[in-house]
Ligand binder design. Structure first.
Ligand SMILES: Cc1cc2nc3c(=O)[nH]c(=O)nc-3n(C[C@H](O)[C@H](O)[C@H](O)COP(=O)(O)OP(=O)(O)OC[C@H]3O[C@@H](n4cnc5c(N)ncnc54)[C@H](O)[C@@H]3O)c2cc1C
Ligand code: FES
Length: 262
């Protein structure tokens, strides 16, 4: 399946977002799912980037278009960052499970770094369901906090934290979350594994369920290569799950964090 670049907006030297035209993905109704994109466009073909890369469906912008927020970390994302309007990429999706929001519940979304991507679509979904949108979003520094003005338009309550205190609250997302955790019936989080583990610990201490979306490395995205295996603790046993098809969203209290964080 093909996705055509409508717009490529660079936010900084490290971040940007692509608006892609692909009705099959833009029709997705749930938040938290992802798609795989081949870093070869019809104008760039490089053989060392054969595997597709996974990205969250960030925002649905029309019946035919959606956005992909990217952080440049290596070859594939560098190529995506240089995409031009009209370039075509091969994509697969939507893939994976999704955040299950329940009506009339008080929830909080937690994002760390590029873990913001699935939270934008999640915020939209919550608002559509009439649920108050509260987002805790942390980064290392002011330059890592993306789309601040835009986030204020889609959130009812926004807590920004930076490790160096250059924007918002000084510290990580746990600082404000600890103060308010009792207000929520469920937490949804995406970000670095260490942050997800710490948020899960806080939720466990307060008996609050948490779903985490894991950004594991993926080879195929369709359950075939077993390159995305993670360990889940289920009924006192360690069970292997494929993050691409059985995830990327898991009950945080069941994730075997020791095997993920090395
Ligand atoms: C569900 C999900 C959603 C994500 N959403 C976003 C998002 O919205 N925005 C964002 O910026 N990032 C997101 N990521 C992370 C993103 O996929 C990586 O940052 C990206 O793939 C890095 O590609 P790269 O080529 O730039 O980096 P590199 O580190 O150079 O490339 C990764 C390398 O690892 C290889 N590889 C990948 N999987 C395997 C594997 N299983 N076994 C062996 N080799 C492997 C690739 O082929 C590639 O060579 C997401 C990840 C997941 C799993
Ligand atoms: S990425 Fe291949 S099985 Fe999950």
């Amino acid at each position: 399946m093909k996705a055509t670049v409508v717009k490529n907006t660079r936010i900084s030297d490290k971040f940007g977002y692509l608006e892609l035209k692909c009705p099959e993905i833009a029709k997705e109704k749930n938040a938290g799912r992802f798609f795989m994109i081949s870093p070869h466009s019809d104008s760039v073909y490089i053989t060392d980037t054969l595997l597709k890369r996974p990205f969250a469906i960030c925002d649905i912008t029309s019946e035919e278009t959606f956005t992909c927020l990217y952080m440049i970390t290596g070859r594939g994302t560098k190529i995506l960052s240089e995409a031009l309007p009209g370039n075509n990429f091969l994509v697969t999706g939507p893939i994976g499970n999704f955040f299950r929001f329940e009506k009339d519940t008080s929830v909080a979304l937690i994002a760390g770094g590029i873990g913001l991507a699935p939270m934008i679509n999640s915020a939209r979904k919550l608002r559509e369901m009439g649920i108050k949108v509260t987002l805790y979003y942390g980064g290392r520094s002011k330059s890592d906090i993306l789309m601040y003005d835009f986030l204020q338009t889609i959130c009812d309550e926004l807590f920004i934290t930076t490790d160096d205190g250059s924007l918002g609250i000084h510290g990580n997302v746990l600082v404000p979350l600890k103060e308010n955790i009792q207000n929520y019936k469920k937490i949804y989080a995406c970000g670095p594994n260490r942050m997800l583990q710490a948020v899960t610990d806080l939720c466990s201490q307060n008996n609050i369920p948490i779903d985490v979306s894991l950004d594991e490395q993926m080879g195929c995205g369709v359950g075939a290569c077993l390159g995305c295996i993670i360990t889940i603790n289920e009924n006192n046993e360690k069970v292997k799950k494929r993050c691409c098809v059985e995830g990327p969203i898991f009950d945080g209290t069941k994730v075997d964090w020791d095997s993920l964080i090395r």
